[in-house]
Design a protein around this ligand. Structure first.
Ligand SMILES: NC(=O)c1ccc[n+]([C@@H]2O[C@H](COP(=O)([O-])OP(=O)(O)OC[C@H]3O[C@@H](n4cnc5c(N)ncnc54)[C@H](OP(=O)(O)O)[C@@H]3O)[C@@H](O)[C@H]2O)c1
Length: 284
């Protein structure tokens, strides 16, 4: 019986496989799936079982999930296809006899109004009553900001549309370790964990932290929705993606990506990585 991690070539998938190994799960007890197994050949070389799984191609899912005990369903990227993709993966996991499905959802998905939150909640509903499940309601990634540091430092500005909204962001590695904790310990079925960093920040506070750590002055430019959409599309983002990101920023402004639950810290057994630490690491 195995722990299956889907989307294993994704940032979060890879980190979760690493966290499982670090927690002592033998490589042979982990099945890593991807649409393109060439992307995770390095995991196969280390003894992890590697199989192909594309949720858009359900015929291949029974073989991919064969022998599954616990499955980590990592949410997929294509927002339009997400709910249908996840539904096919859940069906295959149930038919393969999974005793637990952990799903990477989004903070407060049950009350979220954003496009992203609503799609995550649809999958939560699909899991309900079908299979014992645990909801990993992840907050925003700190990497959504640290990955843009070169551009932010060049521009001297961090633009957004979050207003005074506080954001409980954490690193992917912390969310991955929480997933690994849930997959390797008992008592999580039926839980919904609201996962976020220990310290929340407004974008103005994050800009100040970037300024402190980098020694360069970064201003926060808070824009109305149409202004931020324009910034993102002029930066080259497709309109559809820009709209989803602006919608997410507006949700952050309403506090939908804030939590003080402490669930992430408790699951990983240590404080979460702070924005200053993540910025320092990214700049080095
Ligand atoms: N909390 C946040 O701030 C935040 C930000 C961005 C995204 N997310 C969500 O969290 C997930 C993981 O984040 P990430 O940064 O690690 O994502 P990522 O590196 O962009 O990877 C997303 C992965 O989704 C998988 N995927 C896409 N279509 C699929 C399909 N049809 N069937 C099976 N798998 C499919 C792919 O895995 P393979 O290539 O291995 O098949 C892909 O690598 C994302 O997919 C997204 O749903 C959260």
């Amino acid at each position: 019986m195995s722990i299956v991690v889907t989307a294993a070539s994704s940032h979060l998938g890879r980190l979760t496989v690493e966290a499982l190994l670090a927690r002592g799960v033998p490589a042979s007890g982990i099945v890593a799936t991807s649409r393109d197994v060439r992307m995770i050949k390095d995991l196969a070389d280390r003894g992890v079982v590697v199989r192909r799984a594309d949720f858009a191609e359900p015929d291949g899912l029974p073989a991919a999930f064969e022998g599954v005990e616990k499955l980590l369903l990592i949410s997929t990227t294509d927002v339009d296809q997400r709910v249908a993709n996840h539904r096919r993966a859940i069906k295959a996991a149930v038919e393969a006899g999974a005793s637990l499905v952990a799903y990477t959802s989004m903070l407060h998905a049950d009350t979220a109004t954003s496009v992203l939150g609503v799609t995550h909640y649809a999958t939560e509903q699909d899991l309900r009553d079908r299979v014992p499940n645990v909801l990993l309601r992840n907050g925003w990634y700190l990497e959504n900001y640290t990955a843009q540091l070169p551009q932010l430092l060049r521009a001297g500005a961090l633009a957004g549309a979050t207003g005074q909204g506080r954001i409980s962001a954490a690193t992917r590695a912390d969310y991955a370790d929480a997933a690994a904790a849930v997959l390797t310990t008992d008592g999580h079925a039926g839980q919904a964990y609201e996962l976020g960093g220990d310290g929340a920040f407004t974008l103005a506070e994050l800009a100040a932290t970037i300024s402190d750590v980098s020694g360069r002055q970064i201003a926060n430019i808070d824009l109305p929705a149409d202004g931020f959409t324009q910034v993102l599309t002029e930066a080259g983002l497709p309109a559809e993606l820009a709209n989803v990101l602006v919608d997410a920023d507006l949700a952050m402004g309403r506090g939908e990506l804030f939590t003080d639950s402490g669930d992430l810290r408790r699951l990983i057994g240590r404080p979460t990585v702070t924005p200053a630490e993540a910025i320092t690491a990214a700049l080095s």
